[in-house]
Design a protein around this ligand. Structure first.
Ligand code: GLP
Length: 264
């Protein structure tokens, strides 16, 4: 695991965008796994700037989003479809039919739909670069604590903590989704490279457990310890409870010297 310690959330977003942009330049037909959440806004903003000002070309990029709320239409302002449209898709040239986001309007045949989503990822050739955020309880996607570490795309009941966190984005009194469709931990472990971003003090405990704790379904991001190529991009607050920071800095210095392409 490569742990990159940055000063603040802007530096985290810029470093993530640099890695994503470099990956697109090296492989213009890259398959990207995308995530939503406040942490990603700066990353998408920077990618949009690179498209506008430096001609970063997304015309052959294929995307698969991690998750979507169940029970709200794509046009709902808080749907992950709307989030992606607003923060990224409206500003870059990804062809419409290269964009995949789970359908939150399903009311039946959930298993068949989720299998189809998995198949679409496989048929596209698998995900080359997966972007992840993390919930305060250590979830990735919407894989809440005690999700199977082998899980695949499926519907998932959200925890009370996650529902409370999500409530902030919904209008006062509005019903907040209780369930979601999410790719599984097993699905994410099959991606070729993972970038997990975390900023702010509220993520410090989840980050320490994910990187330095035991692999456990109680903190589903800890399963990333089993992945062959994962990079954590953290700001000072999110990294504040890690105990091995001098070693991570040493690894980072060596990586910059020996494998600079991993950071650009
Ligand atoms: C939701 C998403 C996750 C995301 C998390 C953190 O739960 N399903 O993919 O990582 O929010 O969001 P934020 O970046 O706003 O803290």
């Amino acid at each position: 695991m490569l742990v990159v310690l940055e000063r603040g959330k802007n530096e985290v977003a810029e470093q993530a965008a640099r890695i994503i942009a470099g990956s697109i330049r090296r492989n213009p037909a890259i398959r990207l796994g995308l995530a939503t959440g406040g942490t990603m806004i700066g990353v998408y903003h920077e990618l949009a700037r690179l498209h506008r000002e430096e001609h970063l070309d997304f015309s052959r990029v294929v995307t698969f989003n991690l998750d979507e709320y169940l029970g709200i239409p794509p046009s709902h302002p808080q749907s992950f479809r709307s989030f992606m449209q607003h923060h990224l898709f409206a500003h870059v040239n990804i062809p419409r039919n290269s964009i995949h986001i789970p359908d939150g309007t399903l009311t039946r045949d959930y298993d068949a739909y989720c299998e189809k989503y998995e198949r679409a990822i496989r048929d596209a050739g698998g995900i080359d670069l997966q972007l992840l955020g993390i919930g305060r309880n250590g979830h990735i996607g919407f894989n809440e604590p005690m999700s199977s570490l082998g899980s695949r795309t499926r519907t998932k009941e959200l925890s009370a903590e996650t529902i409370e966190d999500n409530r902030k984005s919904f209008a006062p009194g509005e019903e907040v989704p209780q369930c979601a469709v999410t790719v599984g931990i097993g699905t994410s472990l099959e991606t070729r490279r993972i970038l997990l971003l975390a900023t702010g003090q509220s993520k410090a405990d989840a980050i320490a457990k994910s990187i330095e704790g035991p692999v456990s379904a109680s903190v589903t991001a800890s399963a990333l310890q089993l992945h062959r190529d994962v990079t954590f991009l953290l700001d000072e607050e999110a990294a504040s409870l890690l105990t091995q920071k001098p070693y991570y800095r040493h690894v980072l210095d060596m990586t910059r010297k020996l494998m600079p392409e991993r950071l650009s």
